[in-house]
Design a protein around this ligand. Structure first.
Ligand code: NAD
Ligand code: MG
Length: 393
């Protein structure tokens, strides 16, 4: 039976890996719609390669370019919010959600429809509004399957036992490009150095999040919502080889782990098909050839974003929403060379502490989450260097 798929964030790193998985299994999947940000040529190419019926760009100004790029293909194109929502609304069995950042929340939430599966890569949806998102998914009978490699591994490990017997669920971190650097050297790093990830090839925002270890912090919050595990039962382990992705420690001391070579096509294929695995023509894990796997605790002194995210998870309420928003603004500024590496954690910390006294409750609706998100972004922007070039930090 062919299953229909809509891909949100089709032109990105996860979107392109998803296209590879689908192209290797044309008999299994049919693509209904593809959604991208602003690159008309790239979206049109993916739409044609995948034989999609509809292509939507978020950027309204790119509508003419998209229509032109699709001329003669028989694929309808549209741009702007309404077009993105039309793409999400069209009949599809699976929606693969891989827009980067909080921009993914509204379309991914709108994709929750009875009987559907959401293959979720956009972790920021859960960090910003996880309570609402998961409650709505449960209410509507939507299966949320994690694409994030650590959560995909945990999903399978957790399925081998019962939730009450879980002592601890651990996600691994490769440690990013600065794992072995001193704090002084990291302080002078620029966006190019921070983007040179030793293991994964990813989009620009998650690359920086991996260098600060905020990515792992966001993933702890993601795991909390996906698996309903409180902060005390979630942990992070640095594992540079990125072969073991997630581990579950059970109440009898046994550990179940999920292993795979670091290639996002593995968890993507799994999230599309779940228990019934696809055949993937990828290199196989050869542990004898690898010989040695190493592990170390994360260093929260050099990577303070991880402790900030842990604190936000523990504090609960709207703190994860606030942390996530401040981080997005700070990461954008770092990529634009407007601030230094440790200004990212500094901005996040300052914004979180500004809001902590207000004890804002966890968002009760997506609109609520987006309102808190905007407030926190505004506060983060105030901390950015002023136009004269003098930093306020
Ligand atoms: P990316 O930057 O490569 O791609 C992002 C995609 O989103 C692009 O198609 C872009 O055009 C689209 N987009 C951006 N803004 C948009 C908007 N406002 N409306 C519609 N589309 C928009 O990012 P990525 O690395 O593919 O990551 C995507 C998501 O998956 C992120 O949430 C990331 O944390 C998560 N993720 C990525 C990886 C990885 O290996 N890349 C692994 C795990 C999880
Ligand atoms: Mg991950």
């Amino acid at each position: 039976m062919t299953r229909s798929i809509t891909i949100l964030g089709a032109t990105g790193s996860i979107g392109r890996s998803t296209a590879d998985v689908i192209l290797a299994h044309r008999d299994e999947f049919r693509v209904e719609a593809v959604v991208g940000g602003s690159n008309a040529a790239a979206l049109a190419k993916i739409a044609k390669d995948l034989g999609a019926k509809f292509a939507a760009l978020a950027d309204e100004a790119a509508e003419g370019d998209l229509r032109q790029a699709l001329t003669g293909s028989g694929i309808r194109g549209g741009a702007g919010r309404a077009a993105v929502l039309e793409a999400v609304d069209r009949d599809a069995d699976i929606v693969l959600a891989a827009i980067s950042g909080t921009a993914g929340l509204a379309p991914t939430h709108a994709a929750l429809k009875p009987g559907r599966r959401i293959a979720l890569a956009n972790k920021e949806s859960l960090v910003c509004a996880g309570g609402v998102f998961m409650a709505d998914a449960r209410r509507l009978g939507v299966e949320v399957m994690p694409v994030d490699s650590e959560h995909n591994a945990l999903d399978h490990a957790l399925a081998s036992g019962s939730e009450r017997d879980v002592e601890k669920a651990v996600i691994t971190a490769s440690g990013g490009p600065f794992r072995t650097w001193t704090r002084e050297r990291i302080a002078g790093a620029d966006a190019r150095e921070a983007s040179a990830h030793p293991v994964w090839s990813m989009g620009s925002k998650i690359n920086i999040d991996s260098a600060t270890l905020m990515n792992k912090g966001l993933e702890l919050i993601e795991a909390h919502h996906l698996f309903d595990l409180e902060a005390g039962r979630l942990d992070v382990l640095v594992h540079p080889e990125a072969i073991v992705h997630g581990l579950v420690q059970w109440s009898d001391g046994a550990v179940t782990a999920g292993l795979a070579l670091p290639d996002m096509k593995v968890p993507i294929a799994n999230a599309l098909r779940n228990q019934n695995r696809l055949r993937m023509d990828l290199p196989r894990l050869d542990l004898a050839a690898i010989g040695r796997l190493s592990f170390e605790p994360p260093d929260e002194g050099r990577f303070p974003c991880l402790s900030l995210a842990k604190a936000a998870l523990k504090a609960g309420g709207a703190m994860p929403t606030i942390l996530n928003a401040a981080n997005e603004i700070a990461v954008e500024a770092f990529i634009a060379n407007a601030i230094g590496f440790y200004d990212i954690s500094e901005i996040v910390e300052r914004v979180c502490s500004t809001f902590s006294g207000r004890n804002i409750a966890a968002p009760s609706a997506v609109a609520d989450a987006l309102w808190i998100d905007q407030e926190a972004r505004q506060a983060a922007r105030q901390l950015l260097p002023v136009r004269t070039g003098t930093a306020r930090l």
